[in-house]
Design a binder for this molecule. Structure first.
Ligand SMILES: Cc1cc2nc3c(=O)[nH]c(=O)nc-3n(C[C@H](O)[C@H](O)[C@H](O)COP(=O)(O)O)c2cc1C
Length: 189
């Protein structure tokens, strides 16, 4: 191949999301883990996944045992908190206390939402896929919560107000300016 350097197989994909996933056992202390390996798997019913290393992650234990978690989408203002929650373990610290984030009761699961995140997705695990280093928790979406002030007039998320960011291995990067909209290329022709 011309002008290409070929490397061995790695998890090369970027950009990927960086979200805060909350988990909790009934009556216990909640944990927050930063997750980059997450995504949508199905539209109807809505199904999402998170991929969590099975060794050493406190969250893995909580999610496996409870079968529940919440995906909280952070804004650019929360980037250092996202980095912190991805570099400390709930085995040693209570990340809600350490970060000052606010836990809010969810509507369908016993796991709290992160109030400071403008979008919160309540999930119930339907299947666990063990692939090697990581377990993939495939989950039904039970409810999605939006901060009122980040929705536009049509009730859709306004990305200018949310200021989402992505993770490109080793760096956090702001989602930049709008390049087009869904289907715009056909409309131009
Ligand atoms: C940007 C970023 C993305 C991460 N993505 C994942 C991931 O997708 N899966 C995973 O198991 N760990 C991931 N981690 C590592 C965990 O967040 C980290 O090990 C965390 O301390 C585990 O916390 P816990 O022990 O409280 O669950 C990521 C860390 C960072 C900083």
């Amino acid at each position: 191949m011309i002008n290409k350097i070929t490397k061995g197989p790695t998890t090369a994909l970027f950009p990927v999301p960086a979200v805060l996933v909350t988990s909790c056992l009934e009556g216990g202390e909640p944990d927050i883990i930063t997750i980059a390996w997450t995504g949508t798997m199905n539209s109807n019913p809505p199904i999402v996944y998170i991929s969590v290393r099975s060794r050493g992650r406190h969250s893995h234990h909580l999610i496996k045992k409870s079968g529940q978690f919440v995906i909280n989408i952070p804004t650019a203002e929360l980037v250092s908190v996202v980095d912190y929650c991805g570099n400390t373990s709930g085995k040693e610290v209570n990340k809600f206390k350490e970060t000052g984030l606010t836990p809010v009761p969810a509507s369908h699961v016993q796991v709290p939402l992160v109030a400071e995140c403008p979008v919160n997705v309540e999930c119930r695990v339907r299947e666990v896929l063990s692939l090697g280093s990581h377990d993939v928790f495939i989950a039904d979406v039970l409810a999605v919560h939006y901060d009122k002030d980040i929705l536009d007039q049509r009730g859709q998320p306004d990305y200018e107000r949310i200021k989402p960011f992505s993770y490109c291995p080793r760096e956090y990067r702001l989602v930049g300016k709008k390049l087009g909209y869904y289907g715009y290329s056909r409309k131009e022709k």
